[in-house]
Design a protein around this ligand. Structure first.
Ligand code: ZN
Ligand code: ZN
Length: 403
């Protein structure tokens, strides 16, 4: 009985500001508008009014996990997203291959090294320093993750990524506890190890011969310590699956014990074609109560200030994804994790529109799905913490509070 299933479709960075229209207002999206007309709409502040959400914290919140209690930092989520198995207390960072000359970062992305070449470097970068095992895993392009595994480590250390050009930053302990000092010391030793190792490998000699910037250093950022959290099935009884391309989103899903649907993305960007996601939804709906579906491109266009790209992505979603979701017979909850206004090129704390469609939902008078129309919607103004209780109520899995 598919009516007791739900699909949460998060269109990343969906919200925008009118210039004079928002991309959602400007887009031709008859399917989303029909769902808005027949469903119930409103505005959503994922982390509370005016709070500017990160994608990681916002997704946790929308999936029913309060980031105050459950956020473990970006590094472990990325590591889980690229398929690493983590142990309690592991400290993980996001890593970039970079080009360094005389200790100065001259290219933070090592000349946008292609995925196939960067992957060859993975084998050189796992090692042991003092009693700490260090595991490097490449993801896509110049990106990867590093996990530090051993006793007495702390995530309270600074990035070595200068976040621009400049010197490779020293990792500094952010608190006075010995664990942070130990971690910083090992990270700094590892940075030296990586530069030394990468300067010797044939792949980089080949890049220099071809006049390409060598990937001769790693820059680390976003330290976090992994901890095990109760799963979404334990907490909400939801047999659930994630369909997403980006490592972060797969990582958030893995962290909370969701299955991750294996759809192969573009090998160079990790992006998954909409057609592939559509097929995945059609399969997943047979086996799961709850599907978390994610599309990233809208956020990327927001960061690029590309209004047209964002609008056209919404049109493509409307044409290719929405009819499949509608046909599934599941409850649909469609929203964003934050606004990424093209005019700001950054996340903002403006509300995002939200739409709920399905049997037992009371239609309101709103006829279009956009930031302005949904102000008048029947859901009113909700917060991220409201989303999971709403879903559980719709599919009949909410527990009565009191007797
Ligand atoms: Zn986001
Ligand atoms: Zn973003």
């Amino acid at each position: 009985m598919t009516s007791k299933k739900a699909i949460l479709f998060i269109i990343d960075g969906l919200g925008d500001l009118p210039t004079p229209k928002t991309p959602l207002q400007a887009a031709k999206k008859p399917n989303l508008d029909r769902l808005a007309k027949n469903g119930c709409t409103g505005l959503l502040s994922p982390l509370g009014r005016g709070v500017v959400p990160g994608s990681d914290t916002s997704h946790l919140r929308l999936l029913g996990y309060d980031p105050e209690a459950f956020y473990c930092g970006r590094g472990p989520l990325e590591a889980l997203g690229v398929g690493m198995k983590l142990e309690e207390g592991d400290v993980a960072f996001r890593a970039n291959f970079a080009t360094v000359k005389n200790g100065q970062v001259v290219d933070r992305r090592a000349g946008r090294i292609p995925t196939s070449e960067a992957r060859e470097l993975e084998k050189y970068l796992s090692t042991k320093i003092e009693d700490v095992e260090i595991i490097f895993k490449h993801s896509v392009q110049h990106r990867g993750v590093v996990v530090f595994r051993g006793s007495g480590l702390s995530p309270m250390v600074s990035d070595t990524d200068p976040h621009g050009e400049g010197q490779v930053a020293e990792c500094i302990p952010c608190d006075q506890i010995g664990e942070a000092s130990k971690t910083a010391r090992i990270v700094n030793k590892y940075m030296k190890f990586a530069i030394q190792r990468l300067s010797e490998v044939p792949e980089n000699k080949e890049r220099i011969r071809k006049n390409l910037p060598p990937a001769n250093a790693l820059l680390l950022r976003g330290a976090g310590a992994y901890k095990k959290v109760p799963s979404i099935i334990e907490r909400f009884g939801l047999n659930s699956v994630c369909i997403a391309g980006g490592a972060l989103y797969r990582g958030v899903a893995t962290y909370i014990g969701m299955d991750v649907y294996m759809v192969l993305g573009d090998p160079s960007t990790g992006m998954i074609k909409l057609e592939e996601k559509v097929k995945a939804v059609e399969n997943a709906i047979k086996n799961y109560d709850f599907i978390f579906l994610h599309v990233k491109a809208t956020d990327n266009y927001g960061h690029d200030g590309d209004f047209k790209g964002k609008k056209e992505t919404i049109e493509k979603i409307d044409k290719e994804i929405i009819p499949v979701l509608e046909r599934s017979g599941a409850y649909l909850i469609i929203t964003g994790d934050h606004s990424t206004p093209c005019s700001r090129r950054e996340h903002s704390g403006h509300e995002v529109p939200i739409l709920i469609y399905g049997r037992d939902e009371r239609p309101d008078k709103v006829k279009k799905f956009d930031e302005i129309s949904c102000m008048a919607g029947g859901l009113g103004h909700i917060e991220g913490k409201d989303v999971m209780p709403i879903i559980l109520n719709l599919i009949g899995k909410a527990e009565k509070y009191g007797s």
